[in-house]
Design a protein around this ligand. Structure first.
Ligand code: SIN
Length: 301
């Protein structure tokens, strides 16, 4: 997988409206912005909330650097982006705040503190649901100092718009099958195995290969290598060829921003027009602990 080595630029010029110190500055890459001048451990007022939501739609990814958030703060901030949804993998949920899932390589007294090696394939969160996630919030509680653990984000509007017209026209009517089971078995190798009942309760779903964002009206590629099993209405070889092409295309560095985490960063992204994936780090010498929440989306069309 290739990606840009774009870095964050968080020094920013003051903007002209909203709370006096709030500033929105594009990141040094093809997508995303940093928002500074907003302390998310305090209640965000209506004017600031409106600025944040506008930036979310315009930039698709927001990084709030150097925050100091407790669990209750993170849940409160999540509500700015919709209704939080409790993750289906119960092992890694916070006991007091089940809206928070922990991701970590750390093990204390033989008990994992969070899901290890989660999200290492490009994906859009819970695309295998009839109503996949709208926003995901990821907070860096403890982040690797020297060895990676970055998160990559790829712009699915740009990926669709970069395709030749004939390929766009070919993809527009197509639908793909997404499998909860395939995604679970890739990501949660150390969690409990799925029972026959789990599988029956989480059947495959079908989504358009290209979705239309409900707020911007723009078209975005919507297939991920984490959960798609096939494209419908074409022969198996054509489905395989198309998927291989699309999976390479969505990871093209032209569309990718790489976020190198600093402790206290909160990233919030729009799953309706971005794919993301985690990258490796030296988990034998460094600890990574992230708190993650997600909010309810609607049915893709
Ligand atoms: C995720 O895919 O939700 C997590 C990404 C990361 O840990 O970098």
């Amino acid at each position: 997988m290739t990606s840009t080595a774009a870095t964050r630029r968080i020094d920013s010029e003051a903007v002209t409206s909203g709370p006096p110190n709030l500033a929105v500055q594009p990141l040094d890459g093809p997508l995303g912005c940093a928002i500074t001048g907003l302390d998310l451990s305090r209640v965000v007022d209506d004017a600031a909330a409106a600025r944040v939501r506008d930036a979310f739609i315009e930039h698709k990814l927001i990084v709030f650097p150097r925050q100091s958030l407790g669990e209750a703060d993170l849940v409160r901030v999540s509500h700015l982006f919709g209704d939080p949804v409790v993750h289906h993998v119960g092992e890694y949920l916070d006991q007091d705040f089940p809206q928070i899932m922990r991701l970590s390589n750390n093990v204390v007294d033989g008990k994992p503190l969070g899901a290890p090696n989660n999200g290492i394939f490009w994906h859009s969160d819970q695309i295998f649901r009839e109503q996949p996630m709208l926003a995901t919030l990821l907070y860096g509680v403890q982040t690797p100092l020297t060895s990676g653990g970055d998160t990559l984000f790829s712009d699915m509007y740009a990926a669709f718009e970069a395709l030749p017209e004939e390929m766009q026209a070919k993809l527009l009517p197509l639908q793909a099958v997404h499998s909860f089971v395939a995604s679970y078995e890739r990501n949660y190798v150390r969690a409990r195995s799925l029972s026959a009942e789990d599988k029956a309760l989480n059947p495959d779903v079908v989504h358009p290969v290209v979705r239309t964002h409900p707020q911007t009206g723009r078209k975005a590629l919507f297939v991920d290598p984490d959960s798609v099993t096939r494209i419908m209405g074409v022969i198996p070889q054509e489905s395989e060829d198309l998927l291989s092409f699309l999976f390479a295309h969505i990871a093209d560095e032209r569309f990718v921003y790489r976020h190198a985490w600093t402790q206290g960063d909160l990233a919030v992204w729009d799953n309706r027009c971005l794919m993301h994936c985690a990258t490796s780090y030296d988990d034998s010498s460094e600890i990574r602990l992230m708190f993650r929440t997600q909010t309810q989306g609607d049915r893709p069309v």
